[in-house]
Structure formats: C-alpha cells, structure tokens
Ligand binder design. Structure first.
Ligand code: PGA
Length: 234
C-alpha cells in the first residue's frame, strides 16, 4: 500500500480548523503530521490514518522549548519527520538529524527522513545531485543500529518544495531507486509540489512508495483527491 504523508507545517491557526482537517484526512494509508500544539486533539480524531509529528528532540530533560521522543510516544505518535529541509535551513546539522533519527527508532517510532538537494547542486548535474543526496542519507544513518526498526525516506529536492515545480516522475525514480538499493527495507517517498494534478503520476510508479504532501494537504478536498489516486478509501 502506498503511504501518503500530510505535512501541515505551521498550519492551521486554530484548533477548530485543525480538528476539521484531521477528521477529513482520516483515510487508510495516510500519516497526518500536525504541528505539536494540535497533535493530541488530531490524534483523537484519527482511526484509519496514523499520527505523525513534524520533528522531535533527541532526549528529554532540561531543554526549554523542545519536545522529547518520550512525550511523542505517549501521545500515540507513530511516525516522525526528521531533517526536513526547512529545519535544516534553520540550522539543523547532519549530526543533529542523525541523533533525532536514532532517538525516533529507539522509542519505537518510524522516522520519515527527508533528504534532497538544493537548486545549485541539481544545476551541476544528475551525478552531483545523486552524491549530495546519498551523502545526506549516509550521515543521517550514522548512529542508527541496522535493522532497528522501520524507516521511511522522503526524497524532496529543495527546489521542488512549495515552488509549484515538481521533479519529473523519471527524475524522482532515478534517485529513489538508488536510495532503495542502499536500504532495501525502507519505503521511499517523493515530496515537493505534489498536487491532485500530478500525484497519480508519482503514485503510479513501481519504484515510488508514496508521497509527502505539504501545501496541498491543507485543503481537505484536494488532499482526498490525492489519496484516492493511491487507491486509498475515501
Ligand atoms: P509542498 O511541501 O508539497 O508544499 O511542496 C512538501 C514538503 O515540504 O514536505
């Protein structure tokens, strides 16, 4: 079954809107990732979809403003996005990403590791993009015990995120194929400007295991259309 991850980012503004969006996104094969403040309430409304978080800290204790893996686990969170490019651009290093990935696994949650190259690297050619992405993958896996738990990887070229310019299916398949060669047990998704107009293309691929949806996951009608293209129940 294909996996469809809804990444709400810092949306919506109110609990009421979050409740409505969660209820309408509660579909088979879906992971709903609300902001921390709405996790608990969204979780109560999900029975078919799984609950995911957008980030985690790698330990509990004296860390003002952070959210620990233990806290997430106790809220029923099953998936955690790790190393999203928006966090990396806010200063998150490969070393921190690796610690977060290991922490998620240690607490029995499935990491959704985000990797992807910036525009300048892509412009330097396909092999530059390939080594950039595979390097990020290797560094993120440092510290994670082999076979410790399930892993999801989301290939999200940075230039495709929120730009309205998705990668082509063929381009995504090439890098995703390489990621799957490296970690055969991982499910590997595509992310970056996925909408109901192009989701069917990515979801129809034998190589791509699902999609990570940002902007289009905030419009319930649009999101349901995406999920239906994965064969999910609506
Ligand atoms: P987008 O975001 O679908 O709005 O491009 C994807 C993401 O950032 O995960």
């Amino acid at each position: 079954m294909k996996l469809i991850v809804a990444n709400w980012k810092a949306n919506p503004a109110t609990l009421e809107e979050a409740r409505e969006l969660a209820a309408r996104s509660d579909l088979e094969g879906v992971v709903v990732c609300p902001p921390f403040v709405f996790l608990e309430e969204a979780g109560k409304l999900l029975s078919r979809a799984a609950l995911g978080a957008q980030d985690l800290f790698f330990e509990g204790g004296a860390h003002t403003g952070q959210v620990s893996p233990d806290e997430l686990k106790h809220l029923g969170v099953r998936f955690v996005i790790v190393g999203h490019s928006e966090r990396r651009s806010a200063g998150e290093t490969d070393e921190i990403v690796a610690k977060k990935l290991a922490a998620a696994l240690a607490f029995g949650m499935t990491p959704i590791l985000c990797i992807g190259e910036p525009r300048a690297v892509r412009d330097a050619g396909a092999s530059a993009a390939d080594s950039f992405v595979m390097g990020q993958l290797e560094r993120a896996l440092e510290g994670a015990a082999a076979g410790q738990g399930a892993l999801v990887v989301a290939y999200e070229p940075i230039w495709a995120i929120g730009s309205g310019l998705p990668e082509t299916r063929e381009g995504a398949e090439e890098i995703i194929g390489r990621i799957k060669e490296r970690i055969p047990s991982a499910r590997v998704l595509y992310g970056g400007s996925v909408t109901s107009a192009n989701a069917g293309d990515f979801l129809g691929s034998q190589v791509i295991d699902g999609v990570l949806v940002g902007g289009a996951s905030l419009d319930a009608e649009e999101f349901v259309k995406i999920v239906m293209q994965a064969g999910g129940a609506a």
